[in-house]
Design a protein. Sequence first.
Length: 345
Amino acid sequence: QMAGRSIEAAADALTLHQHVLYHQSKLYPGLEKVLDAISLASKIISGKVRTMGLSGVVGKTGEKNVQGEEVNILDELSNTVMIKRILDSGEVCAVVTEEEEEFATPSTDLPGRRGYVVSIDPLDGSSNIDCNVPIGTIFGIFPRTSAGDGKGTLADCLQPGRNLIGAGYVIYGPSTMMVYASAEGTFGFTLDPSVGDYLLTHRNMMIPNVCKNFSVNEGNTAYFYPGDLALVAWLKEEDKETSRPLGARYVGSLISDFHRNLLYGGLFFYPHDKKSKKTPNGKLRLLYECAPVSYIAKMSGGKGSTGAMDVLDVVPTDIHQRVPIYVGNKDWVERAESFVRGDYV
Ligand code: AHM
Ligand code: MG
């Protein structure tokens, strides 16, 4: 019977490709090819993630990336596969990736419209790779702003999250899932390994009204500013009216934490703190972490904030810029903002 049901699901369910084709390709020609490229690359990564212990892709390359962090073999492989597939789609003029200092541009020898810019964290949660905890890929898609079909420019890359036309993530968990948000809403597709494709399993995903959990690295509270300290203490207080205390859930893989909060309701935050002078704006990157998840949150009824403003309104001045982030249930993000401002609720 189970097998019968899954055959039916495979026969009926919309693929990610069809979803983008139906909903977005009229307005955004060729966009389905960008998603095809990301989807194919993510299937390759998923295969490697599944067998990493067996195939020797665990471990460090010995190099450091732009952020000065040690590069995992799987990080590097994911970056190479993503960039190549995305640029080869013929629809993308520039790719900003966490792993490379400069943005990548395609060869213009082949015909193509190259009308989009992609920002991507090919494999987020690197510290979790070696211990078999879910990791993810995060991406955002912007329209190009420069004219023509040549290589993209820095200005094409420095766009606020407001300009996104789609954003998503892949979570390499017990199953591999792609969650994709656009003006049509947020949809979840599960990779069916027997079909080799992403099939629609989660229609119109909305963050539940009740906020169940908060997710923050509480080990950093020694370095927190007063507003964030007060926020953490407040979330743990008992109060029936606001259903506090919330549960604490923190994986340390942004996508695992965000995905759980999207499904169950939750507030994730990574504030700026006094820990590192090098990173006064917190840890997470605007273009390929904070803007995409804030966009997905927004399309699911939630919100992403820096504490001072909507993440989607931040205009980047640097492709690897970091921002503090509070993301999840809208009302709880707004409460967090009031703590950051200092006028505690
Ligand atoms: P990465 O891009 O180097 O993997 O770092 C990003 C990760 C996020 O997935 C996660 O939310 C955060 O770093 C966890 O940081 P910390 O270990 O400081 O709590
Ligand atoms: Mg990352």
